[in-house]
Design a protein around this ligand. Structure first.
Ligand code: NAD
Length: 456
């Protein structure tokens, strides 16, 4: 099918009205669930091929993540779709008002390569639950996952979802078409291209973007436990996670303690030689490898403010970069843009207030992580910073709370999804007002305004 045919077919199915009943939505979600369960090994093998993902990690962060999202949605969907009564002002009574969720129509989902299955299908869960049809564009950078999706999705979700494979050319062609919502996950440069294309048709967009997600840590916490949490969030998927801790801020004393514990935490997770650990992933392609390894070499070799704590080994043929921790200063190359790889810089600040000032001087992060037992410090971060999410004591895990909206703010994106928030995102919240013609209480305000004039 051509790009145009895929969109036309999704449009025809939506226009026919078949997607509106709850029963259709439920069956679409159940079909997606069956696909994931029945072809779990195929999806898992694709993720291993693209990113060296361990089957357990593939389940926890992609396939099982999706089945959990589907079962949460199935459990609550009927309730979420119920019209919401709204109070009517006295002057308009008797009357009844409510909001009703209408499907938008045809939704375009454009996914990136780092969680190539989760990030294509999780938005679709919400789009289908809200009664839309979908055109999905997997990332060409994760070819095995893209092929698995193109093979199985049409078999289970024919009519509901069309998959268009391809790269920039195909995405550009897709963006010429008119959609009723565009949901894009990826970098902010392409986010701008998507938004500009959407503007031509006045199509609403959700942009799930990236950026540097900071960690702040102080000495009040148990360093062994904190180091394990930080290492887990940073080095899963070899650091290629949009909400991975990008860098750590703390006082010299706090960072010295953390630097002692991080290598031990890394060893607990991946052994003494992570290159041999099946649990440790690989960098997606040679270009990304060269970028991350280049940053590391430049900061370590040419920047006097940097000092290696642990890791540092790279191997181009296997695209392996060891889990790496290093001290840096604010001028380090690693502190300029999102690292998106397994390299964790530690940057000294003198206080929580200085950490907040540093964070606030940059783009609003997708996530911010604070490790402190001090209620005052936690309150400071809560009230004085803006980020997509703010977690105390654990990175990344907010994605697994289906009641929390997942999304960015400012440069890290706009809009949110997961669970009920997805259904809200992919619906039009239609205002419905019903007023009987008699008694005609509005007679009081009709021209020539007799009743109103008396009150002036
Ligand atoms: P990517 O290169 O796979 O690109 C994402 C999508 O954009 C792909 O489908 C690709 O085909 C399309 N695309 C690329 N160039 C295009 C162009 N010129 N015109 C139209 N479409 C184009 O993925 P990426 O952008 O490298 O992903 C990594 C970034 O995504 C990081 O910044 C990361 O933080 C962010 N990210 C955010 C989230 C989130 O949920 N907020 C999740 C994952 C990744």
């Amino acid at each position: 099918m051509s790009v145009q045919e895929s969109v036309a077919s999704a449009r025809a199915v939506f226009t026919s009205g078949t997607t509106k009943p709850l029963a259709w939505r439920v069956s679409a979600l159940k079909a997606m669930n069956s696909m994931l369960v029945e072809h779990r090994d195929d999806f898992s093998a694709a993720l291993a091929g693209d990113l060296g993902k361990h089957p357990a990690e593939a389940w926890l962060t992609e396939i099982g993540f999706l089945t959990a999202e589907i079962s949460h949605t199935l459990k609550h969907l009927e309730q979420w779709l119920k019209p919401r009564p709204v109070p009517v002002p006295l002057a308009l009574q008797p009357a009844r008002a409510r909001t009703v969720l209408d499907p938008l129509g045809v939704v375009l989902v454009i996914a990136p390569w780092n969680y190539p299955i989760q990030l294509l299908l999780a938005p679709m869960v919400g789009a289908l639950a809200a009664g839309n049809t979908v055109v999905g564009k997997p990332s060409e950078m994760a070819p095995a996952s893209s092929a698995a999706l193109a093979r199985w999705v049409p078999e289970y979700l024919d009519g509901a979802v069309s998959i268009v494979e391809g790269g920039v050319a195909e995405t550009t062609e897709l963006l010429e078409e008119r959609f009723d919502h565009i949901f894009y996950t990826g970098n902010s440069r392409v986010g701008r291209i998507v938004m500009a294309a959407a503007a031509k048709h006045l199509t609403p967009v959700t942009l799930e973007l990236g950026g540097k997600s900071p960690v702040y840590i102080d000495e009040s916490v148990d360093m062994i436990a904190a180091a394990r949490r930080i290492a887990w969030g940073k080095f899963m998927n070899a650091g290629q996670t949009c909400v991975a801790p990008d860098y750590v801020l703390g006082t010299d004393a706090a960072l010295a303690k953390l630097a002692k514990e991080l290598p031990l935490a890394i060893e607990d997770l991946y052994g003494t030689e992570p290159a041999h650990s099946l649990a440790y992933g690989r960098i997606i392609n040679d270009q990304a490898f060269a970028r991350i390894a280049g940053l590391l070499v430049e900061d370590l070799a040419e920047h006097s403010g940097s000092a290696l704590v642990s890791g540092g080994r790279t191997d181009a043929p296997t695209r392996y970069i060891a889990p790496t921790v290093l001290h840096v200063d604010a001028d380090a190359k690693l502190m300029e843009a999102e690292i998106f790889g397994p390299v964790l810089p530690l940057l000294t600040v003198n206080s929580a207030a200085e950490a907040i000032a540093y964070i606030n001087a940059g783009d609003k992060p997708l996530a911010l992580y604070v490790f402190s037992e001090d209620d005052g410090v936690r309150a400071q971060f809560l009230s004085q910073t803006s980020s997509g999410a703010l977690n105390f004591g654990v990175p990344v895990a907010h994605l697994s709370v289906p009641g929390l909206p997942f999304g960015g703010v400012g440069e890290s994106g706009m809009g949110g999804y997961h669970g009920q928030h997805s259904v809200a995102t992919f619906s039009h919240h239609k205002a419905v007002l019903e007023k009987t013609l008699f008694p005609d209480t509005l007679a009081l305000i009709y021209p020539p305004f007799g009743a109103v004039k008396k009150q002036l």
